[in-house]
Write a protein that binds this ligand. Structure first.
Ligand code: ZN
Length: 44
């Protein structure tokens, strides 16, 4: 499943559920790419 970083708007491919973080800027809030509504997915 692909996500989009809500900070830099780059596509982020998530391989592990417990590790969702933008590799470009390190931002931890990503939105699901498929969903029209960018749903925030904060992770620990
Ligand atoms: Zn980012």
């Amino acid at each position: 499943m692909s996500y989009v970083c809500l900070h830099c708007k780059r596509e982020v491919k998530v391989l592990e559920k417990n590790f969702v973080r933008c590799p470009y800027c390190g931002y931890r809030v990503l939105g699901k790419k498929r969903s029209s509504l960018a749903k925030e997915v904060p992770t620990n």
